[in-house]
Design a protein around this ligand. Structure first.
Ligand code: 13P
Length: 254
């Protein structure tokens, strides 16, 4: 399967810095790389339009993702951005359910499920994040927790609506800590999730990508990305540095 590498810029960079980083990344990549790997950048909402303009003007193959989407379609919801508005900007993907949103903004599995539905209605590919805390891992309850996150997040999803779905395993204890999950940890969880979704109506190897995120860097990306069950990576800190991000992309064996 074609691997996917997503850079989550989080709350960093203004739109001018974003354009610079996009151009630097693009310049360092081989011309035909995007035919072999899906490359996605996820900036703040304020940069979506500028980056998308550069991509369409220069005919780049890099795709753009938002970092979130509203549960609402329209109306009196000050500060929200809807899936329909993102679609009008030709946004391809949206991250939902990131642990930082669950933790700091009280986002629930039900919110994630509504967001997923809004994205699918607007033909935007969801990048659904899930993963356990350190406490759940040490208690041994992490697989049960993940099962619940996935089942609740994907409730009611229909095959005819799903063109592409990315499920991103991001253990909370590995995010921004420099402590990357071991290959055994990653394989165990992705195998578990693959089994979990494989009897659901929307699942096929073509439509569902299983990826890992949490302290991915050029030092560990080759081992992670060249493990067969791992379809890609969701990269935080290292995606803010063009050289590191490109090195991660280049570590995929083609
Ligand atoms: P880091 O790569 O900085 O650990 O962040 C991971 C992440 O949260 C990506 O969404």
């Amino acid at each position: 399967m074609k691997k996917i590498i997503i850079g989550n810029w989080k709350l960093n960079l203004d739109h001018l810095q974003g354009i610079q980083l996009l151009q630097k990344i693009n310049y360092s990549l081989d011309k035909d790389i995007e035919e072999k790997i899906d490359i996605v950048l996820s900036p703040s909402h304020t940069s979506l339009r500028s980056l998308q303009t550069v991509i369409s003007t220069d005919n780049l193959k890099i795709k753009i993702s938002s970092q979130d989407v509203s549960t609402y379609s329209d109306g009196a919801f000050t500060g929200e951005v809807s899936a329909m508005q993102l679609k009008k900007l030709n946004i391809d993907y949206s991250i939902i359910g990131h642990s930082e949103r669950r933790l700091h903004f009280n986002e629930t599995d039900n919110d994630v499920n509504i967001k997923l539905t809004r994205l699918l209605e607007n033909e935007i590919f969801p990048i659904l994040c899930f993963g356990e805390s350190l406490e759940q891992r040490s208690e041994g309850s992490y697989l049960e927790f993940i099962k619940n996150q996935i089942n609740e997040g994907l409730k009611g999803v229909r095959k005819d609506k799903v063109n592409k779905l990315v499920l991103a395993y991001e253990p909370i204890w590995a995010i921004g800590t420099g402590e990357v999950a071991s290959i055994e940890n990653i394989v165990e969880v992705l195998d578990f999730v693959k089994d979990l979704v494989s009897d659901k109506p929307y699942f096929s190897d073509e439509t569902v990508k299983l990826i890992y995120g949490g302290s991915v860097s050029p030092d560990n990306s080759s081992e992670i990305l060249n493990t067969s069950i791992v379809d890609g990576a969701l990269v935080g800190g290292a995606s803010l540095d063009a050289d590191k991000f490109v090195d991660i992309i280049k570590s995929v064996n083609l």
